[in-house]
Design a protein around this ligand. Structure first.
Ligand code: ATP
Ligand code: MG
Length: 419
């Protein structure tokens, strides 16, 4: 069977679904992972099947969903919560619209690659396969682990540097709602060591919003403040190597400051440019309820803890290939600071057991944080790379296999290799 190249990547509730055809390095569609159903749909359980069918036709997704909710005809529903699908009926409708309205394809003609979060329940893979094979009749399906795909994306950049095993590394994936640290050894995520913190893009935006509000001289209207903070964050913020020194630089050098101007608001940006992303390195700076449980663990310490929780014989490789993935790793010098602080943490621990001055440097584990060109959409790009490989069909589960063995065959995906 000839396999087409279609790739659909589903992410979190507050986040965005990235989808497109394999081969490119960026998704063709990035749409909010939300749906809106007609107002009467609130009591689905008591509706007749005719009513339900007619309501399904009225489900809207993405920006259309937001607009319809504002108009009052629909109410917002999230098929996914915290990275897990919660409403399978709605999810199916969301996928249908993704195929037909966005990708404009016939799913019967394309192999589909979907991605899953770390520690996804096997039942979820079965339900997903059931919908893909039985409702959409896809000829072949691959469900890839997001972190493994992110490693593949970074390998596209760094293969020239001779990484010996591209599918071994520690993935730091920071999106909007959550930052995950996932150790992967030869294509398998080490589930017991995976950790996450609720500090990611949203927290940075909110902290920056607070900093701008505290300044009080920006003139930003409250209803615009979130969007402005997000824009400033994405366009002007960066990670410094030492906040104390950076403060002094701003005080002594006027050129460090920059002007924000979006036509409606215009003001000078100062310390907030480097302070916002400090939440990753000094999380005690924020103390919202959502992060209270985890304040105190900085990202470098979290990465160190994760690697230390892995079997001793893989730790060197995990320190040697720390791969960044997701929008919130895009701050300039994010990787540099992570590497520097992680190196310090490793050296401090080693100093307990050995005299660091006496040992040959080459014997110490290398700490290497890989910033790469495909970081922003690393998971999508890794999926796109995999789905365009000649061997992709061999890794997929086919409709024939599904029909022969039933949904349980989807509980695991074949681990792929990169040439
Ligand atoms: N250049 C940039 N600098 C800093 N942050 C950025 C940049 N570009 C995007 N972001 C932030 O990245 C976040 C979105 O990242 P991403 O698309 O990886 O998240 P997601 O996968 O949709 O969410 P999640 O992983 O939490 O489910 C947003 O908070 C956005 O503001
Ligand atoms: Mg994500």
């Amino acid at each position: 069977m000839a396999l087409g190249k279609l790739f659909l990547n589903l992410t979190d509730l507050l986040s965005y679904t990235k989808m497109g055809y394999a081969g490119g390095t960026e998704p063709q569609f990035i749409i909010p992972s939300i749906a809106a159903t007609v107002a009467s749909n609130r009591v689905r359980g008591t509706m007749s099947s005719l009513q339900r069918a007619s309501d399904e036709l009225n489900v809207l997704i993405s920006d259309e969903a937001v607009a319809a909710c504002k108009g009052g005809s629909h109410h917002l529903q999230n098929p996914i919560r915290h990275g897990q699908i919660e409403n399978w009926d709605l999810m199916e409708t969301y996928w249908a619209q993704s195929f037909f309205k966005y990708l404009r394809c016939d799913p019967e003609e394309h192999a589909v690659l979907l991605t899953e979060p770390p520690l996804n329940a096997p039942e979820n893979r079965e339900y997903t396969a059931e919908i893909m094979f039985e409702s959409f009749n896809v000829p072949a399906l691959y469900i890839g682990v997001q972190a493994v795909l992110a490693l593949a994306a970074s390998w596209m950049d760094v293969r020239a540097k001779g990484v010996s095993n591209p599918l071994t590394g520690t993935v730091v994936d920071s999106g909007d709602g959550v930052t995950h640290v996932i150790p992967v050894v030869e294509g398998y995520a080490i589930g017991s060591a995976i950790r996450h913190v609720p500090i990611a893009g949203k927290e940075v935006t909110m902290f920056l919003q607070q900093l701008l509000r505290d300044r009080g001289n920006t003139g930003i209207a409250p209803e615009d403040s979130m969007a402005i903070a997000r824009k400033i964050k994405e366009d002007h913020c960066y990670v410094c190597s030492d906040p104390a020194r950076e403060f002094l630089r701003y005080d002594s050098d006027a050129a460090m400051k920059t002007q924000f101007n979006n036509g409606k608001y215009s003001f000078e940006l100062g310390h907030e440019r480097f302070l916002a992303a400090e939440v990753f390195f000094n999380p005690e700076m924020i103390s919202s309820a959502s992060t209270a449980a985890n304040v105190g663990i900085s990202l470098p310490s979290l990465v160190d803890d994760v690697i230390q929780a892995c079997p001793i014989d893989c730790r060197r490789s995990l320190y040697g290939n720390i791969v960044l993935s997701g929008g919130s790793t895009m701050f300039r010098d994010f990787g540099k600071r992570l590497q520097k602080e992680l190196r310090t943490a490793v050296d401090e621990r080693l100093a307990y057991t050995m005299d660091l001055k006496a040992v040959n440097k080459s014997e110490l584990p290398t700490v290497n944080v890989v910033a790469h060109h495909h970081q922003r959409y690393a998971v999508w790009t890794g999926g796109s790379l995999l789905a365009s490989m000649d061997q992709f069909g061999d890794y997929c589960l086919t409709k024939e296999q599904y029909e022969e063995h039933g949904p349980s065959i989807c509980r695991q995906s074949r681990v792929f290799t990169l040439a």
